[in-house]
Design a binder for this molecule. Sequence first.
Ligand SMILES: C[C@@](CO)(OP(=O)(O)O)[C@H](O)COP(=O)(O)OP(=O)(O)OC[C@H]1O[C@@H](n2ccc(N)nc2=O)[C@H](O)[C@@H]1O
Ligand SMILES: Nc1ncnc2c1ncn2[C@@H]1O[C@H](COP(=O)(O)OP(=O)(O)O)[C@@H](O)[C@H]1O
Length: 303
Amino acid sequence: MTSPATPTTAVSVLAPAKVNLILRILDRRPDGFHNLWSLMQTVRLEDTVSVRLSDEHEEIRLHCDAPGLAVDHTNLVYRAAAAALRRSGRSVGLTIALGKRIPMGAGLGGGSSDAAATILALNQLLNLGWTVKDMMEVGQALGSDVPFFFTAPSAFVSGRGEQVAPVRLVGSKWVVLVNPGFPVETKWAYHRLSSTRAAVRPLSPAQAALAGAAEVSWNTVLPLMENDFETPVFDAHPILRQIRTRLLAEGAEAALLSGSGATVFGLFADEATAVRAAASFQYDTALTVFVVPVGSGPLACRV
Ligand SMILES: C[C@@](CO)(OP(=O)(O)O)[C@H](O)COP(=O)(O)OP(=O)(O)OC[C@H]1O[C@@H](n2ccc(N)nc2=O)[C@H](O)[C@@H]1O
Ligand SMILES: Nc1ncnc2c1ncn2[C@@H]1O[C@H](COP(=O)(O)OP(=O)(O)O)[C@@H](O)[C@H]1O
């Protein structure tokens, strides 16, 4: 005789950081957002979102180990849980634990990834039966970067961030992430970019040819890597340009600002070279340095 299945009451999701391998910021739209074109890639630096059903009727309680990050309705995890419950029509109590490893205001999409992980966890925990498209709809109202995380590990992203096309990046790379210890606010970076550049530069023919491919090789991607935020953000924070120069001198195949900053990352062919490059930053105590491989799988629940 088989015993009835025990209902799941807790789900954990690892929420990965992202880097933008290519980030082109195009025209400003009537809604104030910019159209963009990006090749985004997850990396194995992860927050943890653990969601548990609780007895507190209709209450969301969020706990977080990062001092200085609010656990109220301003936190993207709280907002994602509230939005998912609203759409599902379910009224349950939730206790959520957020473990932060991803630096904040870092261009690594930590808050957006946490939001996507929360929506995925609730879909599983409450048996909502949502498709990826359903989850993206809930997520895109919370932040432009959220939909990407449902197409992890790699995707072309366009529109405001809501149009995502998964792509297979063949092979692997090691990544050195160098965070300078201060944040760059996304809104500030977009404003500074659009108020300092003379004109919007279209995608290069090679970038345009890449868009929408189902599979690409790193050798194709590496020479096409660029980020339109580098000039305005590096001009305001010259240390970031120096970090990129150092990563290249230490053997990075490419090095770039991630998103609107402030993290600069380098791509390496192997772990040993990446570890050696990371060690060259060890005397600068203001910096936080991570050595991780690129992501290789989708966002997933662990019961
Ligand atoms: C720049 C990127 C590149 O991946 O990442 P980050 O550096 O933030 O990680 C994203 O476009 C950031 O996405 P996200 O961080 O979700 O931004 P949102 O909360 O939606 O928007 C914050 C602000 O950025 C500006 N914004 C954002 C996205 C977009 N396509 N156009 C914009 O102009 C708007 O001024 C908006 O008020
Ligand atoms: N769960 C969360 N994790 C990180 N930041 C959050 C979260 N919820 C709200 N925020 C706010 O969003 C801001 C930017 O978030 P983050 O995703 O870390 O940076 P970025 O947009 O540069 O990738 C933070 O400075 C913080 O005020």
